[in-house]
Design a binder for this molecule. Structure first.
Ligand SMILES: NC(=O)c1ccc[n+]([C@@H]2O[C@H](COP(=O)([O-])OP(=O)(O)OC[C@H]3O[C@@H](n4cnc5c(N)ncnc54)[C@H](O)[C@@H]3O)[C@@H](O)[C@H]2O)c1
Length: 270
C-alpha cells in the first residue's frame, strides 16, 4: 500500500518501537494517530513527529473503539495499523508461591498483550470494511508485534512468551479470515531492541544478551523496526507472515542465563 496520504494508527506510540514507527509513517506522508495509555508520552511524540495523540487502553475494547472513532473523525478510518502496545510483567514462576496470584499475573499479561492485539486487530478491521478497495482490492494492513520470545521464551517468562506466541499464531488465521475484505495481517518478532522495555535491565544482563547477538553485535534500533513495519505496509505480497528482526540472535538458554542473573537458583541448588 502506498503510505503517503493514508490514515494510520500506531499503538504504543508514546515510546520505543511505536514512537519510531509513528515518526517514520508521518515522514512518509501518512496521517498518524498515536494511541497510548500514557497520553502525555504520546502527546510528546506527536509534537515531535506530527500526527495527534489519543489516550487508549488496548486491553479495553471500548477504549480501543473510542480511540479508533476519534482517529477516524480526524483522518478517516485507518488503512494502516501498527500495533506495538504491550507490557512485560517479568518473571511469573510456574511452581511455588500463591497459585491464585500466579493466575492473576498470567491473565494480566495475556489481557494486555494478547487481548489487546485482538481488540485492535478486530475493531480496526471492522472499520476498514467501510473503505473503498484500492489496488488489488486492498483495504488495509495490520502489523502486529510479537517477539522472538514467542519461539524461544526463557524460563520464568512463560506468561510473556504465551502472549507473544498467541500473536504469532493468530497471524495466519487472521490473514486468511480477513482476505475477503482485502486486509493483510503480518507480525514482526523483534529480538532485543534498545527501548524503555529493556532499559531497566542491569548491565550484566544486557551483556549476556549482547553476547548472543550474532551480527550486528548490538541491540536493534527502534528506527530499524520502523523501517520493516513500513516495508510490510508497502509490499502487498507480504501477508500472513511473522518476520523475525533479530540480527540472528537467539535468546540465551534459560537456566544458565537466569541463575547467572540471580533470578532463579542455580539448578544444583535445589
Ligand atoms: N524492546 C524489545 O527488546 C522488544 C523485544 C521484543 C518485542 N518487543 C515488543 O515490541 C513492542 C514495543 O515495545 P517497546 O520496546 O517499544 O516498549 P516500550 O515500553 O518502550 O513501549 C510500549 C508502549 O506501550 C504502551 N502501553 C502499555 N500498555 C498499554 C495499554 N494497555 N494500552 C495502550 N498502550 C500501552 C506504553 O505506555 C508504552 O508507551 C511490544 O509489543 C513489545 O512486547 C520489544
Amino acid at each position: 500500500m502506498k503510505i503517503e496520504g493514508m490514515a494510520a494508527v500506531v499503538t504504543g506510540a508514546g515510546s520505543g518501537l511505536g514512537a519510531a514507527t509513528a515518526g517514520a509513517l508521518a515522514r512518509a506522508g501518512a496521517r498518524v494517530a498515536l494511541f497510548d495509555l500514557d497520553d502525555a508520552a504520546a502527546v510528546g511524540v506527536a509534537e515531535r513527529t506530527g500526527g495527534f495523540a489519543v489516550r487508549c487502553d488496548v486491553a479495553d475494547a471500548a477504549s480501543v473503539a473510542d480511540a479508533l472513532a476519534a482517529a477516524a473523525v480526524r483522518h478517516g478510518p485507518a488503512r494502516i495499523v501498527v500495533h506495538c502496545a504491550a507490557i512485560s510483567i517479568g518473571r511469573v514462576p510456574l511452581v511455588g508461591g500463591d497459585p491464585a496470584e500466579r493466575l492473576t499475573k498470567f491473565a494480566r499479561q495475556l489481557r494486555i498483550n494478547l487481548d489487546g492485539a485482538l481488540n485492535v486487530l478486530s475493531l480496526a478491521a471492522d472499520a476498514m470494511r467501510a473503505l473503498a478497495p484500492l489496488d488489488d482490492g486492498e483495504r488495509g494492513v495490520v502489523v502486529n508485534t510479537a517477539s522472538v520470545a514467542a519461539f524461544e521464551g526463557q524460563a520464568g517468562s512463560a506468561a510473556y512468551s504465551a502472549s507473544k506466541g498467541g500473536i504469532a499464531a493468530l497471524t495466519l488465521p487472521a490473514a486468511r479470515e480477513l482476505a475477503p475484505l482485502g486486509i493483510r495481517v503480518n507480525a514482526i518478532a523483534p529480538g532485543i531492541f534498545d527501548t524503555a522495555m529493556i532499559a531497566g535491565l542491569p548491565d550484566y544482563v544486557r551483556d549476556l544478551y549482547l553476547a548472543d547477538c550474532v551480527f550486528p553485535k548490538r541491540f536493534g534500533a527502534p528506527d530499524e523496526f520502523a523501517e520493516l513495519a513500513l516495508a510490510i505496509v508497502a509490499n502487498r505480497m507480504l501477508n500472513g507472515e511473522v518476520i523475525r528482526l533479530d540480527g540472528a540472535m537467539r535468546l540465551p538458554a534459560a537456566a544458565d542465563f537466569l541463575h547467572r542473573a540471580g533470578v532463579v537458583a542455580a539448578p544444583d541448588a535445589n
